[in-house]
Design a protein around this ligand. Structure first.
Ligand SMILES: C[S@@+](CC[C@H](N)C(=O)[O-])C[C@H]1O[C@@H](n2cnc3c(N)ncnc32)[C@H](O)[C@@H]1O
Length: 543
């Protein structure tokens, strides 16, 4: 039994609106074309046919891909699991082939992303609050709704398969209820449902339902876009916000990076031979859309890694920033918040190329182990891992002498990586912000305290929330007026393969030294195809 309780259990056969709680829409019979098919059904509603079998007579054998997706969604809701961690293990366990693995991924991730919208629609289809539905049954309904409204699964197949899933995973008692509710869902195409649950002119609250984001996140993203002065090419701010929300709901293409270590270039060439496309933004990168990247040569060895292009660019921008004070000697680099080690691996490999060394610090022991694994592909004399709180780095023996380059890739709300963490938008709350921004400030102060004269600090977040980005940097330079705010946009453009057009909306000419917005860089999923990564670069005095 799930720890969410059993509300609604046993009430399976009743409760779908239109069956009992709500009369069918008066025009339902009238919406037929000359062939007798219902009109305005959209792609998922055309020519619906349902099984002639009663739910109780249908198969108890659910297909493996749907079972995997159901298992993932249940783990997320009942055990607070992360979908991106449990899904690969379940796919392997069920031995799904590439096609089924793709289906299970889209079903699980799409259901989790679309939860807010599907719940709004399901609320219209049942005669009780959704909290009173047994949680596994509710998750099955969400999976069914996503198949009907968000995937190209014909309604009759989605209903049959979901009812079979319920019979196999939950029990026959709920199958009639699920069948009836999903029939209600399938009565209308998505655009009709959207017009009902979220009128287009209804402001941020309606936009939040339409795009299936919590409203506080919609507001935070609107504010972040405005803080970065929008763009010239997208005159309409609302349209840009809608584009951003849409990008959050699209499965991201897998980005690969080849580390500049032995075997990296060969692994990249093999991935390109396998059909990957050269990455348009980051050097030595590729876009992979051919299924499980883990099977590519070099991935297991860690010389070819899955890493968002924005992460790659921010790490390279720090590595590339001029540090004249360190010329003529081996540089010392620090990654203060290194787990699970994505940027640390790239930084360590770049450091090794130049005879520099990297200390990778991580507070969580299990994530520290992941950092060691990530660094294993880099020559061992180029890096060490410190397990500890970054706020105490100044007391660590590893901090003497001080560091020429320091990365603070801070713990953050992750609002810029919603594409890759489908459940996180529903887990985060505005209350997380206060705790995280306090921690970010303390980590930044600790990083400043171990910067060598003339050393460069990179502050990175995978959140565009202004409290974690520009406001955090404004506070930092207020606390440390000795720091020079470098032009992070130019730094990113220097390492990028293509023009990032980061300063399109800026007035012409060099930004004012104190203009935090103009001197920091914000990448966006809808503009750059990256996570919404933020970068600020600051230099200590004494160069
Ligand atoms: C955004 S993640 C870093 C991602 C990493 N740089 C990468 O590219 O793979 C932030 C990391 O900071 C760690 N962290 C949280 N609090 C910390 C602290 N007080 N000191 C050091 N690390 C901390 C978290 O455990 C998490 O691994």
């Amino acid at each position: 039994m799930s720890r969410e309780g059993q509300a609604g259990q046993g009430r399976g056969e009743r409760g779908a609106r239109g069956e009992r709680g709500r009369a069918p829409r008066p025009d339902a019979q009238d919406r037929r074309d000359a062939q007798g098919r219902t009109r305005n059904r959209g792609r998922s509603g055309a020519g619906r046919k349902y099984s002639a079998q009663a739910p109780s007579q249908r198969s108890r054998t659910a297909d493996p891909a749907r079972r995997v997706a159901f298992g993932v969604v249940r783990s997320v809701h009942a055990e607070d699991a992360y979908a991106n961690l449990v899904l690969p293990a379940r796919i392997r366990q069920a031995r799904l082939d590439r096609r089924d693995a793709g289906f299970a991924t889209e079903l699980a991730y799409g259901t989790l992303r679309g939860l807010g919208l599907y719940d709004a629609i399901l609320t219209r289809c049942v005669d009780r609050p959704l909290e009173q539905i047994d949680p596994p049954v509710l998750d099955a309904l969400r999976l069914g709704a996503h198949q009907v409204l968000g995937m190209r699964v014909p309604a009759h197949a989605a209903l049959d398969a979901t009812v079979s899933l319920v019979r196999a995973e939950i029990g026959a008692g709920a199958s009639g209820f699920v069948n009836a509710v999903l029939r209600r869902v399938a009565e209308r195409p998505l655009d009709e449902w959207l017009a009902d649950v979220a009128p287009a002119d209804g402001g941020d609250a309606a936009l939040a339902v339409r795009a299936s984001h919590p409203v506080w996140i919609v507001r935070a993203l609107r504010q972040a876009l405005a803080a970065h002065r929008g763009t010239r090419h997208t005159a309409d701010r609302d349209a840009e916000l809608a584009a951003l929300l849409e990008a959050d709901n699209a499965p991201p293409v897998v980005n690969l990076v080849a580390l500049p270590v032995a075997g990296g270039a060969e692994a990249l060439a093999a991935a390109l031979d396998d059909g990957a496309e050269p990455g348009p933004l980051a050097p030595d990168s590729a876009l992979h859309s051919g299924g499980d990247a883990g099977r590519l040569p070099g991935v297991r060895e860690g010389v070819l890694r899955v890493q968002d292009a924005g992460s790659q660019l921010t790490a390279r921008a720090l590595a590339q920033a001029p540090v004249p004070a360190a010329e003529g000697r081996a540089e010392r680099w620090l990654d203060l918040c290194a787990g699970p080690g994505g940027k640390a691996a790239l930084l360590a490999a770049l450091a090794a190329e130049r005879g520099a060394t990297l200390v990778a610090n991580e507070v969580a022991p299990h994530r520290g182990d992941l950092v060691r694994q990530a660094l294993a592909a880099v020559p061992a004399d180029a890096w060490t891992v410190r397990a500890g709180d970054g706020r105490t780095i100044a007391d660590a023996p590893e901090a003497a002498p001080a560091f020429d380059r320091v990365l603070v890739d801070a713990p953050c709300t992750g609002l810029g990586a919603l594409r890759r963490r489908p459940e996180s938008r529903w887990r985060r709350t505005p209350a997380d912000l206060a705790e995280l921004t306090g921690l970010q400030a303390e980590l930044l102060d600790a990083a400043v305290s171990v910067l060598a004269p003339g050393g460069v600090l990179a502050y990175v977040t995978c959140s565009p929330h202004v409290a974690e980005t520009v406001v955090q940097v404004q506070d930092l330079v207020r606390r440390h007026p000795e720091l020079e705010l470098l032009d992070a946009r130019t730094a990113l453009d220097t390492v990028a393969l293509d023009d990032l057009r980061l300063d399109e909306a800026e007035p012409a000419g060099a930004p004012e030294p104190a203009d935090v917005v103009a001197r920091t860089a914000q990448l966006w999923p809808h503009r750059h195809g990256t996570d919404a990564m933020f970068l600020a670069l600051l230099r200590a005095p004494g160069a």
